[in-house]
Unconditional design. Structure first.
Length: 216
């Protein structure tokens, strides 16, 4: 049986490379591709497929939201999340939405191909590097241990302050603030402000009413 695949990624070079890689396999065939969420919905609606390969961050929306809708429409569809984001939030969200696998874009091509084949036959069995560790961190009752200064910086990030505003408010240089932000992201398993805020809320480090409008 030929496994029909749709690839959705806004990076043209990455998308075309993934499509060529998949098409080079005798049992796999790319039957559609798209460079964004809106185009992806159209392709999915007009394609008979077994596996969806989708990026996470795209200009017109989240690939994870699209994947969730695809899963609800086709419970036996295999979904491979192909991403550059190596953090707990992305991995666990992919798991929760019912994806079949999460593979980093830096992974070897053999790993991507194996994930596509596995998703076709076992769409409900999630696979990802670092899954056990991420689940352990999620299930742990221990909150990340932030220093007092890191906690202050996190509070300001949650409130929506820019790096410059945090530096001015806390009497630090912008470079020092950026260092604290990097450490906060690392401890929360986040890759940007939005995922850091979500992690802080989930862990009870901040209250929802403290969340302001995030500004870069």
């Amino acid at each position: 049986m030929t496994i029909n695949v749709v690839v959705i990624d806004d990076h043209t070079l990455v998308r075309e490379a993934v499509c060529r890689m998949i098409d080079s396999e005798p049992d796999l065939a790319v039957v559609g591709q798209a460079g964004g969420i809106a185009e992806g919905r159209t392709v999915l609606a007009h394609s008979l497929i077994h596996v969806l390969v989708v990026d996470v961050s795209m200009p017109d929306g989240s690939g994870l939201v699209l994947a969730r809708a695809a899963r609800e429409a086709s419970p036996r569809l295999g979904i491979v999340v192909l991403t550059m984001h190596n953090d707990d939030e992305t991995l666990l969200e992919a798991l929760d939405l019912g994806a079949s696998a999460l593979v980093l874009k830096s992974a070897p091509s053999d790993e991507v191909i194996a994930a596509v084949r596995r998703a076709a036959v076992a769409p409900d069995a999630f696979m990802a590097t670092g899954l056990a560790e991420a689940l352990r961190r999620r299930d742990s009752n221990d909150k990340p241990k932030l220093t007092p200064r890191e906690a202050e910086v996190l509070d300001r990030l949650v409130a929506g302050d820019s790096i410059a505003a945090v530096a001015k408010r806390l009497y630090m240089s912008e470079s020092t603030v950026k260092t604290h932000v990097s450490k906060v992201y690392e401890k929360l398993g986040a890759h940007n402000r939005a995922s850091a805020v979500m992690a802080a809320l989930r862990l009870g480090l901040v209250r929802s009413e403290s969340v302001g409008h995030a500004r870069r």
